[in-house]
Design a protein around this ligand. Structure first.
Ligand SMILES: C[C@H](O)[C@H](O)[C@@H](O)C(=O)CO
Ligand SMILES: [Mn+2]
Length: 413
């Protein structure tokens, strides 16, 4: 009997059907963030990354142009089982025109659309409200200057149209996520008015009704950023209330909360009150450091909540990290495979049995069983999943990345 067949038997004995789990896993599309490939640089030839976020490290081989980034994404996708989505930022427009962000049009992303279409990928989108002269003071949609607000409102409106275009062309809903860096380094004199301005800006951005078949709008909160330590305009409470009232989605980034708060615990509450939810899965190490997603406790808890709330079709799962200290393709592959492994692990749990133990108050058996389940042979099922999707199982993919590094990345200046 193969390891996979033997794993199937073990899971069957606890009431878990492995084939059903594998079928569900194959249908989950995770949004791969383009910005891991070039440390959030984009193609606008602007200098520094701003907005309170930072990529640290100087690993050689960073993608410097669309061709390199696309080639790197291709290499990563060959090592990730299943069909997924690609998450683009507006700063990755591919055009010879000199066009500022408020003037962006769908045509400036046609090469990405073609890239996605040829590979059967979906696309998601984000307006870029950082790394730009009009965001130099860290304020955008809440800026006291009406003209600056206007520029960013127009940018967000343009982004929504681009996302809706992607959705229509690819026949899959594109998530358009708004994250802004706005806030203050030190104790503000007025917390109310910037939020009021943000509210008005968002109202205007969302005033245009676009077809929900093609676009889902989300807003992403944050607790603080570098240089924005004392006050964030787009806080969790702000967006939670805004989204509830205005029929947009909340996007929860698990680096954007206080260190002992967990997004896994928020997911069921959100699902009770919202039809859909969006996630940026990341790994905060002591702060919103955007480390690569591991197969760690919180990633597994996030996956468990999505699965046991039966919400795989209600949650947009995207990744958000940018580590410049290691091979960037490896970062993508590790993060994506770990998110998938966490989902598989969750799909292989006997949820009804575990819930019954909780309801009976049998916390002794619940703990004991949950701990034993951690060493069930999910790895054998994962390897089978990789093989049936024609990607390397176990660590076999590492040598492929090393070969690419030697033959391609090392030759970049
Ligand atoms: C580049 C992304 O838009 C960004 O990481 C945002 O989603 C975020 O999480 C900022 O901290
Ligand atoms: Mn994020």
């Amino acid at each position: 009997m193969s390891r996979f067949e033997s794993a199937k038997e073990l899971y069957k004995a606890i009431g878990v059907d492995v084939d059903t789990a594998l079928k569900k896993l194959a249908g989950i599309r995770i949004s791969l963030h383009c910005w891991q490939g070039d440390d959030v640089s984009g193609f606008e030839n602007r200098s520094a990354l701003s907005g309170g976020i930072a990529a640290t490290g100087n690993y050689p081989g960073k993608a410097r142009n669309p061709d390199e980034l696309m080639a790197d994404i291709d290499q990563a996708l060959q090592l990730i089982p299943g069909k997924h989505k690609l998450n683009l930022h507006a700063s990755y427009a591919i055009t010879d025109e000199k066009v500022d962000r408020d003037q962006l049009k769908p045509r400036h992303f046609d090469q990405w659309l073609q890239f996605a279409r040829e590979r059967g990928l979906g696309l998601d989108f984000n307006p870029t409200l950082f790394s730009h002269p009009k965001a130099a003071d860290g304020l955008t949609l809440s800026h006291p200057d009406r003209e600056i607000r206007r520029f960013w409102i127009e940018h967000c409106k343009a982004s929504r149209k681009i996302a809706a275009y992607f959705g229509k062309e690819l026949g899959s809903v594109a998530l358009n996520n708004i994250w802004i860096p706005d806030g203050y380094k030190d104790v503000p004199a007025d917390r109310f008015t910037p939020r009021q301005r943000l509210q008005e800006s968002l109202d205007e951005i969302f005033s245009e009704k676009l077809d929900e078949k093609y676009i889902a709008d989300s807003v992403e909160s944050k607790v603080f950023g570098i240089g924005v330590e004392s006050y964030t305009v787009g806080s969790h409470e702000f967006y939670l209330n805004y989204a509830a009232r205005n029929h947009v989605l909340c996007l929860l980034d698990n680096g954007h909360y206080h260190p002992t708060e967990t997004v896994s615990d928020k997911i069921p509450s959100m699902l009770l009150f919202y039809e859909r939810l969006a996630l940026h899965v990341t790994r905060p190490v002591r702060w919103d450091s955007d480390h690569v997603v591991l197969f760690d406790d919180e990633t597994r808890e996030i996956a468990k909540e999505i699965v046991r709330c039966d919400a795989l079709d209600r949650v947009f799962i995207g990744l958000d990290f940018f580590d410049a200290s290691i091979n960037r393709i490896s970062a993508w592959v590790v993060g994506m495979r770990n998110m998938q492994k966490a989902l598989l692990f969750a799909l292989l749990l006997p949820h009804e049995k575990l819930k019954a133990l909780q309801n009976e108050g049998n916390f002794t058996e619940l703990m004991a069983l949950q701990e034993e389940l951690k060493l069930y042979p999910a790895g054998d099922v994962w390897n089978h999943f990789c093989e049936t999707h024609n990607v390397p199982p176990m660590q076999d993919w590492i040598k492929v990345v090393q070969g690419y590094e030697k033959n391609v990345l090392a030759k970049r200046g």
